[in-house]
Write a protein that binds this ligand. Structure first.
Ligand SMILES: Nc1nc2c(c(=O)[nH]1)N[C@H]1C(S)=C(S)[C@@H](COP(=O)(O)OP(=O)(O)OC[C@H]3O[C@@H](n4cnc5c(=O)[nH]c(N)nc54)[C@H](O)[C@@H]3O)O[C@H]1N2
Ligand SMILES: Nc1nc2c(c(=O)[nH]1)N[C@H]1C(S)=C(S)[C@@H](COP(=O)(O)OP(=O)(O)OC[C@H]3O[C@@H](n4cnc5c(=O)[nH]c(N)nc54)[C@H](O)[C@@H]3O)O[C@H]1N2
Ligand SMILES: [Mo]
Length: 765
C-alpha cells in the first residue's frame, strides 16, 4: 500500500473518544511544547507575556475581544493563540539556499504543514518565466518588476489585490488607497470566504455589517445561542466570557451537528477551579442539528413565539420595539405562521418538543444573544438564515439593549478592521467620496471583483496580475484544481508573506515572494519605532506593538512594501505622501481619521488603555437601511437534501491548525491523533452505506457539472455527527468545494455543504 497522498509524517491514525472538556492545564502544556519546539524560551516569554496586554502585541489569532484593561490576566492568551504567535516567532529560517534545493514543482508536492514548518521567509525571491526555481532578487528590482507589470496592463481592472485579515489597519488602508489610485476596486479578501454572508444580511436588515454585542453584554445576559461555531478550538478565550456569563446566571443553547468539546465543559486554566475542579458546564442544551437546518429551526421558533403571543396577548412580543424601530412585521408574521412542521423536522433532524423547549427558554429570558460563525455563513442559504436570526431577536426587542444582540464571531484578528478602512470590492460612495476629498483623485466607482469572481476572471484570462497581502489564497479558495489553474494563467503572481505556503508554489509566468515583518516584530522606520492598530470582533480598535528582533534584516514592513510599490507604480500621478506614510504611521492614521467615521482623533484616542470603541448605530436606535428602520424579512430556501447513498460534507478546522496551516496531525478534542485524512461519519450512516470503521475511502464530490472532484485516501471514523452529515478537514478537502456552489446574495463559497459519495479508495493501488 502506498502512503496517503500529501501527508507527513506517514499515516498513524489513532482514535480516542472525544474529550469531554476543553482547555485546562493540558492546553497550557501543549501551547508551551509547541512554542519551545519553534523557538527559544526567551523569545517565548517575551512574546507571550505582552500578548493582548495594553501596549503589547495583539494576538494574531482570532478576533475575540480583550477584557477591559484592569481585568486582564497576566497570561491573557489561549493555547491556540500561543501557538499562532510562536509559529510566527519561530527560530527556523528559509534562505535563498532552500529555494535552490527545492524547485517549485517539488514544493508543490509538499503538504501544507511541511511548507509552514520550514520557517520564516527572509529575503525577496523571484521565479522567472520558464524557470522552476525561485532565485533571490533585490527589493528595488522586485518592486520595479511588479510596478512594471501593473503599468503595462491594458486596464487597472486586469489586476486583483487580495487581503487576508491579519493585515493591520495602516497596511490595509494603504493597500486599498493604492489599488483605487491605480484605478480598480478589485479588492477581494478573506472576508468574502468568511463572514460575507453576515455582513450582507446585517447590512440589509439593520444597516450595519457589524455585530452589536460587547463583552459586557455577553457577561450580563440571560440566554446565549452558540450556532454553527466551535469556540473551544477557534475562539478559546470566548470560553472565559461564556464562563463568566454562566456564573452570572446565563443559560447557553448550542446548535451544532457535532457535539463539540468546547460546547460541553470548560476548565479555565487561569482559575483555581479550572485547574483542580470539574470546570464549568457550557451548554445547558444541545441541539444536534443537521447541516444547513438552522433557518428552519429559527423559523419554527419564531412561529412558536407568535403563537405564544396569541395565547398571551401583549406578553410575549416587544410591540414597542416592533412599532418604533421596524418595518415588515405583518408580512413576516404571515410567512412564518405558515411554516410547515414536517419541513422543519426534515431540515433540522430535531423534534418539535426540542424546539418548544427552546421557546420556553426564550420566554424565560429578558435578554438574548445569538452568536454564530462558519457553520452558518458557509451555506447556500446563509443570508436568509442570518436574516431569520434578526427576525428572532427583534420579536422580543433583543437588539440595542444591554445584554442582547447579534454576534457574528469574527475569524482573523483584524478582518473587521480591514473592512472599516476600505478593504471591500464594493465600498459605499460615502467612503469613496471621502477618499476623493482627502487625496484629490477620482476613485473608480464600479464595484470590483470578490474572491470567487476573481477566480472566474483569472480562469477566463481577464486578470493578469494577482497580488496577495498576507493569507494563502490558493488554499483558502474553493475548488483547488480550478483555482490553481486560474492562478497559473496570470502573468504575475506576488505574495506579501511571513511564511511559506501553497500560494507560493502555484505561480503565474513570473512569481514574487515579498517577505514581511510579522506582528511580533519590532517595526523601526525613519521616524522611529512604529506600532499598528487593529479592530476586534466587538469593534474595539487598539494598538499592537511587536517586541522581537525581525526574523531577517532584509524584511520590510507591510506598510513599507506598499508605500514603495505605490511610488514605483504611480510616480506622482496622485498626491499621496507615501514617503511620509512609511516614515511615520501616525500620518496614515491622521488621514484615516478624516475618512472613516468613528475614527476621528485616531492617534490620540487609540493609545488610551482599551483603545477606541467604534459606535454601533443599532445600539443607538439608528438604522442606516433604505427605510431608516430595521427590517423584518420573509425568508425561503430549502435545506440541502441528501440523496440515498450520499452524505453532506462540511469542511472544518481541527483544534491544531490556523486556517490553511495545520500545525500537527492531531485534533485532540475530537480524539483524532496522527492523521488529518479522516472523514467523520455517523455510525448509523456507516451501516447504511456499508462502510466500516477504519476503511480507506475517496471522497467524491457530486455537483451539477461533469467535473470529477475527488479527494483521495481518507480513513472512515465513526463520529456522533448528525445523520447524513459528515465532516472532514479544510484545506485538504478544498478540492471538493465547487467554485459555483456559493451562498445566494453574498457569493461566499458554501464550504459547509458539499454533497459527496464515499468510494473505496483508488489512492494506494
Ligand atoms: N485555532 C484556530 N482558531 C481560529 C481559526 C483556526 O483555523 N484555528 N480560524 C479563525 C477564522 S478565520 C474563523 S472564520 C473562525 C472560524 O470558527 P468556526 O466557525 O468555529 O470554525 P469551523 O471549524 O469552520 O467550525 C464550524 C462549526 O460550525 C459547525 N457547523 C457546520 N455546519 C453547521 C450547520 O449547518 N449548522 C450549525 N448549527 N452548525 C454547523 C461545525 O460542526 C463546527 O463546530 O475561527 C478563527 N479562529
Ligand atoms: N473549505 C473551506 N475553505 C475555507 C474555510 C472553510 O472553513 N472551509 N474557511 C474560510 C475562512 S473563514 C477564511 S478566513 C479563509 C482564510 O484564508 P487566508 O486568510 O487567505 O489564509 P490563512 O491560512 O490565514 O493564511 C496564512 C498565511 O498568511 C501569511 N501570514 C500570516 N501572518 C502574516 C502577516 O502578519 N503578514 C503577512 N503579510 N502575511 C502573514 C502566512 O504566509 C501564512 O502562510 O479560508 C476560507 N476557506
Ligand atoms: Mo475566517
Amino acid at each position: 500500500m502506498k502512503k496517503p497522498p500529501g501527508e507527513e509524517p506517514k499515516d498513524a491514525l489513532t482514535v480516542t473518544p472525544p474529550q469531554k472538556w476543553a482547555a485546562g492545564v493540558p492546553a497550557v502544556r501543549h501551547a508551551l511544547e509547541y512554542s519551545l519546539e519553534q523557538t527559544s524560551p526567551g523569545r517565548v516569554g517575551e512574546t507571550l507575556l505582552t500578548m493582548n496586554q495594553v501596549d503589547g502585541i495583539d494576538c494574531p489569532g482570532c478576533a475575540w475581544a480583550d477584557p477591559a484593561p484592569g481585568k486582564r490576566h497576566r497570561n491573557e492568551y489561549c493555547e491556540n493563540g500561543a501557538k499562532h504567535i510562536t509559529d510566527e516567532a519561530t527560530g527556523r529560517r528559509i534562505t535563498a539556499d532552500f529555494f535552490r534545493t527545492h524547485p517549485v514543482s517539488e514544493l508543490g508536492r509538499r503538504s501544507d504543514m511541511w511548507l509552514n514548518q520550514q520557517g520564516r521567509l527572509t529575503e525577496p525571491m523571484v521565479k522567472r518565466p520558464g524557470s522552476d526555481t525561485y532565485e533571490p532578487i533585490s527589493w528595488h528590482d522586485a518592486l520595479g518588476l511588479l510596478a512594471e507589470e501593473l503599468t503595462a496592463l491594458d486596464s487597472p481592472d486586469e489586476a486583483v489585490f487580495y487581503t487576508s485579515g491579519r493585515a493591520s489597519n495602516e497596511a490595509a488602508f494603504l493597500y486599498q488607497l493604492f489599488a483605487r489610485a491605480f484605478g480598480t476596486n478589485n479588492l477581494p479578501d478573506c472576508s468574502n470566504l468568511c463572514h460575507e454572508s453576515s455582513g450582507f444580511a446585517l447590512h440589509e436588515t439593520l444597516g450595519t455589517g457589524k455585530g452589536t454585542v460587547s463583552l459586557d453584554d455577553l457577561h450580563h445576559t440571560d440566554l446565549i445561542f452558540l450556532v454553527g461555531q466551535n469556540p473551544g478550538s477557534n475562539h478559546p478565550r470566548m470560553l472565559s466570557a461564556l464562563e463568566e456569563a454562566k456564573h452570572n446566571g446565563a443559560r447557553i443553547i448550542a446548535v451544532n451537528p457535532l457535539p463539540e468539546t468546547g460546547l460541553r465543559r470548560f476548565k479555565n486554566p487561569q482559575k483555581a477551579r479550572g485547574v483542580v475542579g470539574p470546570g464549568t458546564q457550557i451548554a445547558d442544551r444541545f441541539l444536534h442539528i443537521r447541516l444547513g437546518g438552522d433557518m428552519a429551526l429559527f423559523q419554527g421558533l419564531n412561529r412558536l413565539l407568535l403563537e405564544a403571543e396569541d395565547a398571551r396577548p401583549g406578553q410575549v412580543l416587544d410591540h414597542d420595539f416592533i412599532r418604533t424601530h421596524t418595518t415588515g412585521f405583518d408580512e413576516f408574521a404571515a410567512h412564518v405562521r405558515a411554516v410547515d412542521w414536517q419541513d422543519v423536522a426534515a431540515a433540522t433532524g430535531l423534534t418539535r418538543e426540542e424546539i418548544e423547549q427552546v421557546r420556553d427558554e426564550v420566554l424565560r429570558s429578558r435578554r438574548v444573544i445569538v452568536c454564530w460563525a462558519m457553520g452558518i455563513t458557509q451555506h447556500k442559504h446563509a443570508v436568509p438564515t442570518i436574516r431569520e436570526f434578526v427576525n428572532f431577536l427583534m420579536l422580543r426587542g433583543n437588539l440595542g439593549r444591554a445584554g442582547t444582540g447579534a454576534c457574528p464571531v469574527r475569524g482573523h484578528s483584524n478582518v473587521q478592521g480591514d473592512r472599516t478602512v476600505g478593504i471591500w470590492e464594493q465600498m459605499p460612495d460615502s467612503f469613496l467620496d471621502a477618499l476623493q476629498r482627502e487625496f484629490g483623485f477620482d476613485p473608480p466607482r464600479a464595484h470590483g471583483l470578490d474572491s470567487v469572481d476573481s477566480i472566474r476572471a483569472m480562469r477566463e484570462g481577464r486578470i493578469k496580475v494577482f497580488l496577495g497581502l498576507a493569507g494563502n489564497f490558493v488554499r483558502a479558495a474553493p475548488d483547488s484544481a480550478v483555482t490553481e489553474d486560474a492562478l497559473r494563467r496570470c502573468r504575475l503572481t506576488a505574495q506579501i508573506s511571513t511564511k511559506l505556503n501553497r500560494s507560493h508554489t502555484v505561480c503565474g509566468d513570473t512569481a514574487l515572494i515579498l517577505p514581511t515583518l510579522g506582528r511580533t516584530e519590532r517595526d523601526v522606520q525613519a521616524d522611529g519605532e512604529q506600532f499598528v492598530t487593529v479592530e476586534n470582533s466587538m469593534s474595539e480598535v487598539h494598538t499592537s506593538r511587536g517586541r522581537l528582533r525581525p526574523a531577517s534584516p532584509l524584511l520590510l514592513s507591510e506598510v513599507a512594501i506598499l508605500c514603495r510599490l505605490a511610488r514605483r507604480t504611480l510616480g506622482d500621478r496622485v498626491d499621496v505622501p507615501w514617503e511620509r506614510f512609511e516614515a511615520d504611521y501616525g500620518t496614515i492614521r491622521d488621514r484615516i481619521s478624516r475618512i472613516v467615521p468613528g475614527l476621528h482623533d485616531y492617534n490620540r484616542r487609540v493609545v488610551r488603555p482599551g483603545g477606541i470603541q467604534l459606535p454601533n448605530p443599532v445600539n443607538e436606535g439608528v438604522f442606516h437601511t433604505a427605510t431608516g428602520t430595521a427590517l423584518f424579512t420573509r425568508n425561503t430556501g430549502e435545506a440541502p437534501g441528501v440523496p440515498a447513498g450520499h452524505l453532506l460534507l462540511q469542511t472544518l478546522r481541527s483544534h491544531d491548525q490556523w486556517n490553511t496551516v495545520p500545525y500537527s496531525t492531531d485534533d485532540r478534542y475530537r480524539g483524532i491523533h496522527g492523521s488529518r485524512r479522516v472523514v467523520l461519519v455517523n455510525p448509523g450512516d456507516l451501516a447504511e452505506l456499508g462502510l466500516t470503521e477504519g476503511q480507506w475511502v475517496d471522497l467524491v464530490g457530486v455537483w451539477t457539472d461533469d467535473t470529477e472532484r475527488r479527494a483521495e485516501g481518507f480513513k472512515v471514523v465513526p463520529y456522533p455527527s448528525a445523520r447524513g452529515c459528515a465532516a472532514a478537514y479544510y484545506p485538504e478537502t478544498q478540492v471538493l468545494v465547487p467554485l459555483d456552489s456559493v451562498a445566494e446574495f453574498s457569493n461566499q463559497p458554501a464550504s459547509k455543504a458539499v454533497l459527496v459519495r464515499l468510494e473505496p479508495t483508488t489512492a494506494f493501488t
